[in-house]
Design a binder for this molecule. Structure first.
Ligand SMILES: NC(=O)c1ccc[n+]([C@@H]2O[C@H](COP(=O)([O-])OP(=O)(O)OC[C@H]3O[C@@H](n4cnc5c(N)ncnc54)[C@H](OP(=O)(O)O)[C@@H]3O)[C@@H](O)[C@H]2O)c1
Length: 261
């Protein structure tokens, strides 16, 4: 199957392209530095020729409210238009568990808009909502600074390894469109502040993490289970302590290029 991975050079995308190729699929990594830009439409018509599936695991370079909204709406509109013209039969997009509950956040208003455009299009689709990636825990600290301390609400979450995200998205991509949501998460639950503290310790990052019920996540207030997936979620296998022993955990990890907190 020819599968186009938009954002195929990123954290999830690069892992997904490798996994699809290992399973014998023709997986193409599409991103600005491979000549495909979903904001301008550059390269889309050519790359989508003969494709059965498009998986969108791109992310906005800026998380500033207007920029991120423009990124996810413009790129999703472009993708869906070019997919319809090329006869693509399945659009898969990666979103976030709890997105619908996080509209106080500019980043999540953009994800809500992305999901809506997909639902309202004529292309069969699957939206995969994942929990936070282990690789994002340092980034979560970076967007949660008050002065020189990290302030995070002590609510539950169930994060997962990027490799498990890519595996789950790959399975959805080669299956039938669900025309709805699939939730994926990690195998264990933690308190947000507790796990970010452990992650910073593993990096010898001296920042103090303060449990703060009023602290916001990317600008949104959280309740106890906002970030926890439902009972039907598909769970990844990799536990946090196991992930910490892997080479990927030695890299501090992506952080947003602009502050969305
Ligand atoms: N962070 C989390 O914990 C979390 C949890 C659940 C879901 N998600 C979702 O996961 C998705 C992927 O995140 P990620 O961390 O893997 O992203 P990432 O590593 O930042 O990668 C983003 C990708 O998008 C590409 N891209 C940027 N602008 C583009 C454009 N105009 N046209 C085409 N491609 C473009 C980038 O290409 P270049 O490198 O060439 O710019 C890169 O390949 C996001 O949609 C996010 O909402 C994240």
């Amino acid at each position: 199957m020819k599968i186009i991975v938009i954002g195929g050079t990123g954290l999830i995308g690069s892992r997904l392209v490798n996994k699809l190729r290992e399973h014998g699929h023709e997986a193409i990594a599409a991103a600005p530095n491979t000549g495909v830009n979903t904001l301008t439409g550059e390269g889309l018509a050519e790359t989508l020729k003969g494709a059965s599936v498009v998986v969108d695991v791109s992310n906005s370079p800026s998380w500033e409210d207007a920029a991120v909204l423009n990124f996810f709406t413009t790129s999703t509109r472009n993708l869906l238009t070019y997919e319809a013209a090329a006869g693509v039969g399945h659009h898969v997009a990666l979103s976030v568990v709890g997105t619908n509950l996080l509209s106080e956040s500019g980043y999540f208003r953009a994800k809500i808009a992305q999901e809506r455009l997909i639902r309202e299009s004529s292309i069969p689709y699957s939206i995969v909502r994942a929990t936070q990636f282990f690789e994002f825990l340092k980034g979560l600290a970076d967007i949660s600074m008050v002065g020189d301390k990290v302030h995070l609400p002590p609510v539950l979450f169930q994060p997962m390894a990027a490799d498990n995200v890519a595996g789950a998205v790959g399975k959805v991509a080669v299956g039938q469109p669900v025309n709805g949501l699939v939730e994926i998460g990690g195998p264990e639950q933690f308190r947000v502040d507790e796990l970010v503290r452990r992650r910073l310790a593993s990096l010898n990052d001296p920042r103090e993490v303060i449990p703060d019920s009023n602290a916001r996540y990317s600008g949104a207030k959280l309740s106890e289970r906002t970030l926890v997936p439902g009972n039907n979620a598909r769970l990844g296998e990799t536990r946090f302590e196991t992930w910490l022993t892997q080479p990927t955990a030695q890299i501090p990890g992506a952080h947003p290029k602009t502050n969305a907190a």
